[in-house]
Every structure is written in C-alpha cells, then in structure tokens.
Design a protein. Structure first.
Length: 435
C-alpha cells in the first residue's frame, strides 16, 4: 500500500491490529461453539473473551515470536496465551492455521467489497447527475477516433452509468462468492472438530460455511473476486481515456477541473494536463495486474500448498486499496468535470456537414437509387469536403445525379441535427428507469 494512493478506511481493514482482532474473534467464537458441544470447559471460553476481547495485540511481540517459530498463526496463539493465561490451551482445538487465515481473509475481502460498493454508488451518483445535466448537449460520436455521427454528451455519461451499474452487480456477486468460512481441520474432513463449530463461526463472522474445503477455501472464489476488481478497473480506465481524449488541445470538449493555485508543468506555465485521468489509467493497470496471480492461485497441490499465500498477502491489500482510491478519485473527477458545449458544437460542424452522410445515403435509396449508386454519389461529394474543398450540403445540391432523386428541400432535411437525438429519452429510460 502506497500512502499517496491510500484512503484510511480501506487501509484499516488490512492493518495488522485488525487482522489479529479478526483472528481472535474466529478463535473465540470457535471456543464458544466447542464449549457448547462440551469439548472444552465453558469457563475457558468465557475467560478467552473476558481477557482478550478488548486487548490491543502487541504486533511487535507477535513479530518477535514469529522470527523464532517461523509461523505466523503459532506466533499469534503464543501471544494470545500470554494475554489469556492457562485457559488458552483450549483455543484452536481441532483447527488448522488455514481455518483462521482463510476465514480472516474472506472477512477482510467482504469488508473491502462493502467499501468498494459504497464507492461505486458515488461514481454512479456523479455520472447520473452529469448525464441528466447534458442529456441533450450535442457532440460528435467517433469511431476509430474519426468523426462519425452526432450523439449527446449525456449519452456518453449514461453509457458509463450503465457500465458501472453492471460493475456493482458483479461486485455484489463476487462479495457473496467470497463470503465463506472454513473451520474444517487439517485436510477439511472435520476429523478433529465438529462441523457445527464452523456453522457457529460463520454466522458470527457474517459468512456462510464453505460446502467443502480441503485445508483451504477453494481459490476459484478469490479468482472471481479479483477478476471482478480487474473489470471495474478497466471501466475506470475506459472513461479516464475518454476524458483524456476530450481534453486534448485540438478537441477541448471537456477537461478536468483546474484549481486556482494548481500547476500543470514545472517548465511551461500555460499547461493544464489531465493528470487525474492519467493517474487513473496507471492505477487501473495495477489493479488488473493482480488478476493473473489470483487465477494462478486456483491451482494448488492436493489439499493445499502455500504458493498462494505470498501473493495474497500483497494482492488483497494492494488491489482493494488501489481500486478504492481510484473509484473515489473518479467520482470527484466526474462531479467537477468542466464541459464545453460550444466546443462540442464547433467540432460537430468541423467536417462541413459530413456527419449527415448516412442520412443522405438512405434518402437516395428510399427514392429509388441502388445502395451501391447512392454510396458512390454521397462519397464523391464527401471526399472534397474531407479535403477542405467546399461544403457538403452545397455540393450535393449542385450534383445533377443527386438532384434526379432529391430536391433541395429534401437534401436540406437530411441535415437536421435533432433527427439524431430523437431517441435520447428512450435510451435514458432504459438506463435510468422511468423516474
């Protein structure tokens, strides 16, 4: 985790003190269940809670023990015994380290997902507000980076809103998939511990029992989770790249908010660079970088190995912290985005009416011209305009072959900008609903 790109709410989920607190809760809830089953004394379970519930675990002490034992869970249990006393011998009965580690990881991932879902709501709110603000603001649609036909800036934002709505649905599903608990023992057979202990711990920790585990919770669940984060990161980058293109000097249809004392360049005082959007591109790459190790972690030897462990210690905090920061940054970027409708109209007019070429093509076919002939007629009048040699509407009116099919009034009718926007309301209702 890099402090520059870290928000405290998400970082706290991954702090050592939080992790040890979750480990304790897993062990203590398991002790409660074991006590109810008569496996350990009820007083022992009560003592564990009484002496350690409000304890601040000594991270330095745990690290010191681990340097000797070379085992993180044993180091924690040893420190817990120092706090609890003799009754600590009843902790971890019939459990294996992965019961604690995997269940804790899934608690952390579900908590992280809850923050990310709240972040997505902020992005969606910003997109919706700006989409309705610019619902009918005409701008040029581009394919291959080249002017195509008119759209509205509101439609661009509505497209992003729909995309992030799907992202939210996927993350809800990924959260559900990873929210499982395993307290099943050394190879997942419950040989040394009753399945009812797992059910009790799962309920207490806000999880559900893993239907079948080995010594670990199946990593296809985690692969789904991190893949979902990767897709969300790609959606962030898509809209960030769109903004970067719109802010180019030659386009300048929109740009990032530039505060009064902000500097764009150490050398050139005139610069206003899309640094937030470029930053989002870089952060998105980092989140996606963790998708591959998550997929590879699915492949473990037999009932388990620890090849996944080192990767997850990095990817869990880094991917969630980075995506959390990126989503909040994106929400602010959209909310404060500077939009220039006059420049959008200027760019719409830039090609001298060529954006209406398809309408002319279709009008010719409706009047009897073959599609092939109609295409040739439109294209031969379009290409001079492309080279800056005339106005498309006037050239069409002077073309005797075009005039065989269309009158001047009928040609002019094909240049109505409003024609392209007649279904904007329909699209908005599809995206945002009737409200």
């Amino acid at each position: 985790m890099i402090p520059r790109y870290t928000r405290p709410e998400m970082a706290s989920i991954w702090e050592p003190q939080t992790r040890f607190k979750i480990w304790f809760e897993i062990e203590a809830h398991a002790a409660d269940a074991l006590a109810e089953l008569g496996t350990i004394p009820k007083e022992a379970a009560k003592t564990v809670w009484a002496k350690a519930k409000d304890a601040t675990f000594d991270v330095a002490r745990i690290d010191e023990i681990e340097r000797e034992t070379k085992h993180d869970v044993i180091a924690f249990l040893t420190h817990l015994a120092e706090i609890v006393g003799p009754e600590a011998r009843f902790v971890h009965q019939g459990m294996t380290s992965s019961d604690v580690l995997d269940t804790c990881l899934n608690v952390q991932l579900t908590r992280a997902a809850d923050l990310l879902l709240a972040d997505l709501d902020k992005v969606l709110a910003a997109l919706k507000k700006r989409a309705f603000e610019h619902k009918m603001t005409p701008t040029i649609g581009r394919s291959h980076g080249i002017h195509a036909e008119p759209v509205t800036f509101g439609l661009k934002l509505a497209y992003a809103y729909a995309e992030f709505s799907r992202a939210k649905e996927r993350l809800i599903a990924a959260r559900k998939e990873v929210a499982t608990c395993a307290i099943s023992g050394a190879v997942g057979t419950f040989a040394q511990i009753d399945p009812r202990v797992e059910a009790h711990v799962a309920k207490a920790m806000g999880l559900v029992p893993e239907p079948i585990s080995t010594q670990v919770i199946p990593r296809d669940r985690h692969a789904m989770y991190f893949s979902t984060l990767g897709v969300i990161a790609s959606s962030i980058e898509r809209i960030a790249v769109e903004i970067r293109h719109m802010q180019r000097t030659e386009v300048l249809e929109a740009e990032e908010f530039f505060s009064e004392r902000q500097k764009g360049s150490s050398a050139m005082p005139h610069k206003r660079n899309p640094v937030l959007s470029e930053n989002l591109t870089g952060l998105s790459r980092m989140v996606r970088a963790y998708v591959t190790p998550a997929l590879e972690n699915v492949v473990l030897w037999h009932e388990r190995d620890i090849s996944h462990s080192s990767a997850e210690r990095m990817m869990g905090p880094d991917a969630t912290v980075t995506l959390d920061f990126a989503l909040v940054r994106l929400a602010g970027l959209i909310d404060k985005l500077l939009v220039y409708p006059a420049n959008m109209q200027k760019n719409l007019d830039r090609l001298g009416g060529l954006v209406h070429s398809q309408r002319v093509l279709l009008a010719l076919t409706q009047k009897g011209a073959s599609r092939e002939d109609a295409y040739k007629l439109v294209q031969r009048n379009a290409m001079p305009v492309w080279r800056g040699e005339g106005d498309f509407l006037q050239l069409l009116k002077k073309d005797t072959e075009v005039k065989k099919y269309l009158s001047d009034a009928e040609i002019e009718e094909q240049f109505d900008l409003g024609y392209h926007l007649k279904h904007v309301d329909t699209i908005f209702k599809r995206v945002f609903g009737e409200a």
